[in-house]
Design a protein around this ligand. Structure first.
Ligand SMILES: Nc1ncnc2c1ncn2[C@@H]1O[C@H](COP(=O)(O)OP(=O)(O)O)[C@@H](O)[C@H]1O
Ligand SMILES: [Mg+2]
Length: 263
């Protein structure tokens, strides 16, 4: 069974008398161990799709099963639990807490999940090393470059060991070198574990270079919903993250930072 199975998703917004169908029958099947890019014109429904897959939003109709869990069956508490433990989010503008150090930002989801500082810190430091920032753990976000901030955000998204990582234009605010580093890291993270996958909204050029599969969203529909077998992904040498509890913290919900960007 696919890790993510979304069927006939509709998300309708009402604006006065008008209705906007952000999603209009989107279906999608995603396998674990893959780095999948979502491309498509601005306003196509890409961010809406990501939010719904991560239980940040609910569809008007349609079904989503993630890792065997039918999201429609979740009440508010269970949805919040699902977000915290199964899903990691990575946003264009990082969403780091400016008053916390880098490692504290990474540890935050565990602390919000009532874990002790003494258990959270070693994992946060380890993840900082994993993303290549072992020498920046005490830095504040303002003391880091954009690429470094995004790597901190990736470390944070991993601390709860999510099944799906959802990244909405994670390189949209980075120069091309930092962007390439971030994409390589995300590919690495996706290939690390067969029961984890990364779904990323991005631009066509990035998508082709780094991902195992590219899907196109247009007019609220996924044009190529099925799983496509891909050649085996290159093996990576990064050590697996130990202490695998499910993880990810409630990352503050933000608006669609990428909507205004031309694609
Ligand atoms: N909260 C909202 N209220 C009303 N319309 C929305 C809202 N969010 C998104 N939309 C509309 O839904 C469509 C899809 O938006 P979005 O998923 O953000 O597209 P993309 O990420 O592909 O640029 C757009 O027409 C957008 O204006
Ligand atoms: Mg968007």
């Amino acid at each position: 069974m696919a890790l993510v199975e979304a069927t006939d998703l509709v998300r309708e917004y009402r604006m006065g008398d008008e209705r906007v169908r952000a999603l209009d029958g989107a279906s999608l099947s995603l396998d674990g161990g893959q780095f999948v890019s979502v491309i498509g014109p601005s306003g196509a429904g890409k961010s809406t799709l990501l939010h719904i897959l991560g239980a940040l939003d609910v569809p008007t109709s349609g079904s989503i099963v993630v890792d065997g869990v039918d999201l429609a069956t979740l009440n508010d508490d269970a949805a919040s639990e699902f977000r915290r433990h199964r899903v990691g989010f990575i946003f264009q503008f990082f969403n780091l807490v400016p008053t916390l150090s880098a490692w504290e930002n990474v540890a935050l989801p565990m602390l919000l999940d009532s874990k002790s500082l003494s258990s959270a810190k070693p994992r946060a430091v380890e993840l900082m090393e994993r993303v290549g920032l072992g020498d920046r753990i005490e830095h504040r976000p303002s003391e880091l470059s954009g690429g470094q901030m995004q790597r901190v955000a990736i470390a944070r998204s991993l601390i709860m060991e999510p099944k799906i990582l959802l990244a909405d234009e994670p390189t949209g605010n980075l120069d091309s070198k930092s962007g390439a580093d971030v994409l390589a890291l995300l590919a690495d993270v996706a290939h690390d574990q067969p029961d984890r996958m990364v779904l990323m909204v991005t631009h066509a050029d990035d998508a082709a270079d780094f991902s195992d599969r590219v899907i196109t969203v247009r007019d609220g529909k996924v044009l190529d919903p099925g799983s496509r077998p891909q050649p085996a992904a290159p093996q990576h040498t990064a050590a697996p993250v130990p202490g695998a509890m499910w993880m990810t913290g409630p990352i503050p919900r933000i608006g669609d930072s990428g909507r205004h960007r031309a694609e």
